[in-house]
Design a protein around this ligand. Structure first.
Ligand code: SOE
Length: 386
């Protein structure tokens, strides 16, 4: 294991803070050949008690309650931002200007203007940076990328069809958490869920050039938040407040490579918990993926013998599959948290080697351009250029 140590300062400790803490804690145990070890150096949170409590639970060595203290500490090499969306741009820019490497949760910003400022700060400071679109590093999706680059789906793409289906706020009495407030989240299902689908599409088949969308807010007001609980759960207070974001978004679009896009994200797909699914159709074949069955990739090839063609169901758990060497024998499947471990593993290599790999803040900006175009289309009720 390497002698070099990279010290991490992280802000935020709820759902994403938990996922990122696990990733930093586990990465060197499963990727022992990385060029550096990481130290969970400092956890930053607003309130002393809660920050100290979570630092103890997640294994952070120190705590601060002022983000600037992370930036001013010369010992800290990497800043990891898992705070709510409206803090991403400002914190990321300050971290770039402080000369740190930066990992920022998705979506990178609240809008394109903010995302452009983040990209400018990263360019000016030559920041080693990544936006945490973790699904790119699910082995099945990383393998899909290899298959596409190998020409397995052909050289022409016709459809990217995707749905991100959750149902955690179907109960109208679920409280008004920050993800339901535009001033904090920037958007609802669009920036929180469709962002992942857009980034996966960009990763696998390239950028979009125009979109036409609709949004719906099924439950217009909810009880205010009493207490944030683990993950996506929370308890309700007495007063009520307005929901100011989209509960569901659907949009069609055209990709630069000629493919047609049909993308939907919703928090009201009753029964679906984290159903991030997509299908890509090319002239030589198709793939189908669903994150709720994340170790499998369905693949159809026109080159299979006539009479024996069909979607084969690949269990993506062999040594040839991306990241799999770090884990277990075939079939001993991995989960959601491993996509974050793979993300920080590659970031550690990037920091030591002084290079950037996707998804960088530029990818975050490209994603934001689609999100904002969808939002504009909903308002104009017409097609909008990305
Ligand atoms: C909530 O919708 C959420 O936690 C997203 O914010 C994450 O990005 C996604 O990975 C799981 O669902």
């Amino acid at each position: 294991m390497a002698d070099k140590v990279l010290r991490v300062g992280m802000v935020g400790y709820n759902f994403m803070g938990k996922a990122h803490s696990n990733a930093w804690r586990q990465v060197n145990h499963f990727f022992p050949d990385l060029p550096a070890k990481v130290e969970l150096h400092t956890l930053c949170g607003r309130t002393k008690d809660a920050t100290e409590k979570h630092a103890g639970i997640y294994g952070w060595n120190r705590t601060v309650n002022d983000f600037q203290e992370l930036l001013d500490n010369p010992d800290i090499d990497i800043i990891d931002i898992t705070s709510p969306n409206n803090q991403h741009a400002e914190m990321t820019i300050r971290a770039c200007n402080a000369g740190k490497a930066v990992l920022c949760e998705k979506p990178l910003a609240m809008n394109v203007a903010e995302a452009e400022a983040v990209v400018a700060a990263a360019k000016k400071n030559k920041t080693i940076n990544m936006v945490c679109h973790n699904y790119r590093r699910a082995p099945a999706i990383a393998f899909a990328k290899q298959m596409i680059e190998n020409g397995d789906l052909g050289d022409r793409f016709f459809h990217f069809r995707a749905r991100y289906a959750q149902d955690w706020i179907v109960d109208p009495e679920f409280p008004l958490v920050w993800r339901l407030q535009k001033s904090v989240a920037g958007s609802g299902s669009n920036g929180d869920l469709a962002a992942h689908l857009i980034d996966v599409a960009h990763f696998l088949i390239g950028g979009m050039k125009e979109v036409c969308g609709l949004m719906e807010t099924f439950v217009k007001d909810r009880p205010v938040l009493a207490e944030v609980k683990a993950g996506l759960s929370a308890t309700a207070g007495k007063k009520r407040g307005k929901v100011t974001v989209d509960d569901a978004v659907s949009f069609i679009g055209r990709f630069k490579n000629g493919a047609v896009g049909n993308i939907e994200a919703t928090r009201f797909a009753t029964g679906h918990k984290n159903g991030m699914e997509f299908e890509i159709n090319g002239n030589k074949g198709s793939i189908i993926f669903n994150f709720e069955d994340m170790n499998r990739l369905k693949y159809f090839s026109v080159d299979d013998p006539v009479g024996k063609q069909g979607f084969r169901d690949i269990l993506v758990s062999e040594g040839v599959h991306p990241y799999w060497k770090a884990w277990w024998p075939p079939g001993h499947i991995i989960g959601y948290e491993h996509t974050f471990i793979h993300t920080v593993a590659d970031l550690i290599t990037n920091v030591v080697e002084g290079k950037n790999t996707h998804p960088t803040f530029v990818d975050g900006l490209e994603c934001q351009k689609v999100l904002d175009a969808v939002d504009a289309s909903v308002k104009s009720r017409t097609w909008e250029k990305v």
